[in-house]
Each structure stands twice: as C-alpha cells, then as structure tokens.
Design a protein around this ligand. Structure first.
Ligand code: COA
Length: 372
C-alpha cells in the first residue's frame, strides 16, 4: 500500500479583523482598564496597560489581518472574546461544521464519494469538548463507515495527522483517510494580552490521504514524513477539566494561550532547520531540488530564517509563500493553507515540503512530489 495526498480543502470564515481594528479595540480596552484601576495604578500596585501598535504587529510578525468566526465579541472592548453560542447536543458542533466545509472541498476535488472514505482524523490545537470526538461527528455527518478520532499536537497537528493517515494506509487499515484541521484559535487567544493578541486567526483545512490505487491521477506522492517532539514550557495553555478557566480570562491568563515569544523564536528556528536538513539527507533530496516550502505560518521572520538556512539563500515568495498577512497564525492549518493556495502551478516531478512546528515543542515534515 502506498499513501499519497489526493486533495486538500480550505474553508475561510466570513469576517476579517484588520490590525487597525484590532489595535483600536485593544487600546479602548486598555484605556477602560486603566480608568477602572486608576487608584491601584497611582498607588503603584498594578502597572498601567500600554497601547498596542499596528506598526509593531506587522514588523514583528508579518500579520496584517485575520479571519474570525465571530467578529462582534473580539472587537468589543467590553468583551474581548468571541461570542460563539453553545449549541444543543442535537445540533452539529461548530468545530465539526467548519471541518466539514473544508472536507467537502477536498472530497470534491478528489472526486471521492464520502462512502468510500474509511477513517477521519480531526487534528487540531483546541478541541471544543472531550468526547464524543469531533472526528466521529464529521464521520456521521458525511455518512462515512469506518473509524475516527481526535488528536492534538498543537500547531504541528496537521503533519502528525498526515503521517498517521499515511501509516494507516501503509498498514492496510484504511485506503482513504480524511484528515481535518478546524481551528477556532480565537477561543483560546487572550485578546487582552498585548504581546500576543494579534497572533491568531480562525480557519479549517482538510487533507485526503489515500492509497495510490484509488487516488486521482493528479495526486501528490509522499516522499517521506518525519515527526519530532521536545518538551518546552515556552508555549502553554493550561485549560482543562482539572483547571477550568473563568470565561473572561481575566486573572487566569494561563488558561489561554501564553508564550515566551523570543525564546520560541530562538529555539524553534534551529530545531526545525536541522530537522529539515537531516530529512533531506535521509531522503537523498538536494535543497535545490525543492521547488517550494510550505511552512507553518506563525511568524514571517521565523519562516525567512528557516527557509534561508534550508535553501542557502533568502527565499522568494515563490519559494516560500506566506499566507500570514491575510490569515495570521492559524495553528495546525497554516502550512496546509499555504500548500492549498500555492501548489496548482506544480509540474509533474517537482518536489516541495510541508512543514509545521509549534507547542510541545513539536515539528513535522512531509516531503511531497507532484505525480505525473
Ligand atoms: N504593540 C506594540 N509594542 C509591543 C506589542 C504590541 N502589541 N507587543 C510587544 N511590544 C513591545 C514590547 O513591549 C517590547 O518593548 P520593549 O523592548 O520596550 O520591552 C518590544 O515590543 C519587543 O517585544 P518582544 O515580545 O520581544 O517582540 P518580538 O520582536 O520578539 O516579537 C513575537 C514578538 C511574538 C511576534 C515574536 O517573538 C515571535 O513571533 N515569536 C515566535 C513565536 C511563535 O511563532 N509562536 C507561535 C507558536 S507556533
């Protein structure tokens, strides 16, 4: 059995929040907070909140805008969080709903009837509940007969999901595996944290991994995958059943996304560059044979450094496309959005790399080649 990528899918939320809108609401929130805490600030008990700036955000991250499933709440200085009403158990969950939108596009592109899919993996950073698995909900809604489960490897979830799907195909446990990455990152972002309020955006992606015997002619060979994890406290989210959060996030910032951004930058760039280089060696691929790198979309400067180390020169937009400006960091979905949007021009035999990295630390590489 030989696993290949048959198709990908992308669903983009309808609402955008530009840096200007984001900074305006953040600064209004900071002003309110400072007014409410005027006495404590004057007494030196707490520090006043400082304004955010669009110039800083764009320069530090390359992000200009982001998509969100709810705009009203995240730009409301009185709320600073998305308003996503809880649904009844009879209604499909929002995570499954957006995953299906991306999945349908992948299935359609591959010409695959969902009845011929054997398994669903929902690989994402933040599941909205413990069980039943969102993947099983997707399976049920699409009428798939098989097995499904959720997995979470933070921003690396998609590459870990692709390798898992490929292993199922190799082992003969499935011929067609649908791997989805619904990311409502707006729910775990602390919109009142100046250091990180600009980082994330919402989206959903899907990748159909299948045995070559049933894949469409226009597929992607998987030349090799590699996964790596190494413990780090520098990106954390402590939310859980044993330590729940106050929905406002106020006073409990560790129950939302927190990071030591500088340390992440310094430690993850060498880890990922070395991993890509060692995989190139193992797979006997020369860096100059890579037509494109579809890197995780966390930070434009990080991607510039990683691609320079791998390619030996500053990468052009064509060699290492970015979707960060439009989508921001969409966690596990970032490298898949880049692949989905920037791969139609590939000719048979051309090679590229899908690579993700993030909390854990975790990192994954998937080297692909466009089939004839
Ligand atoms: N607006 C204006 N100024 C800001 C600001 C904001 N929103 N946030 C921080 N600053 C200020 C800081 O206060 C600091 O000021 P100081 O020098 O006077 O102390 C200065 O800008 C630099 O802050 P720093 O946090 O060191 O910025 P940075 O250049 O490291 O960029 C990140 C921050 C998060 C963009 C960057 O570290 C990064 O991308 N790291 C990788 C993390 C990542 O990708 N994580 C996702 C997990 S996959």
């Amino acid at each position: 059995m030989t696993p290949v990528i048959s198709a990908t899918g992308l669903w983009t939320p309808p609402h955008t929040v530009t840096n200007e809108e984001l900074v305006e609401s953040f600064n209004a929130w900071a002003d309110r907070w400072n007014a409410e805490h005027e006495a404590d600030i004057a007494a030196g008990k707490v520090e006043a909140k400082t304004h955010s700036s669009t110039e800083f955000i764009e320069k530090a991250s390359g992000i200009k805008s982001r998509y969100v499933v709810d705009k009203s709440g995240v730009v409301d200085p009185a709320l600073m969080r998305p308003v996503i009403p809880e649904r009844t158990n009879e209604d499909i969950s929002i995570l499954a709903e957006i995953a299906i939108k991306a999945a349908n596009q992948a299935l359609e592109r591959a010409g695959r009837d969902p009845k011929d899919v054997d398994a669903v993996i929902c690989a994402a950073s933040n599941m909205q509940r413990a069980y039943p698995a969102m993947a099983i909900e997707v399976q049920e809604a699409l009428g798939i007969d098989g097995f499904s489960f959720d997995m979470n490897v933070a921003c690396s979830s998609a590459t870990f999901g692709i390798q898992t799907a490929a292993d199922f195909v190799r082992a003969g446990h499935a011929k067609s595996v649908l791997m989805v990455n619904p990311e409502i990152t707006s729910g775990h972002l602390n919109w009142t944290d100046r250091d990180s309020h600009f980082i994330f955006g919402d989206v959903a992606t899907a990748v159909l991994v299948e045995d070559i015997s049933i894949a469409p002619k226009d597929h992607w060979k998987i030349l090799g995958t590699h996964l790596k994890t190494k413990f780090s406290n520098n990106i954390r989210n402590n939310f859980g059943f044993l330590n729940r959060a106050d929905p406002s996030g106020e006073g409990q910032p560790d129950k939302l996304f927190v990071q030591e951004g500088r340390k992440v930058f310094k430690e993850v760039v060498p880890m990922v560059s070395a991993m890509i280089q060692s995989e190139l060696g193992r797979l006997d691929i020369r860096a100059e044979d890579l037509r494109r790198l579809w890197l995780h979309q966390a930070n434009a400067n990080m991607n510039r450094l990683i691609s320079s180390k791998v390619l030996g020169h500053e990468a052009s937009d064509d060699e290492s496309p970015t979707v960060l400006d439009e989508y921001a960091n969409t966690s596990s979905a970032g490298s898949i959005i880049a692949f989905h949007k920037h791969s139609d021009d590939f000719k048979p035999g051309e090679k590229g790399l899908i690579c993700s990295f993030g909390a854990g630390y975790s990192a994954g590489t998937v080297f692909v080649e466009k089939a004839a």
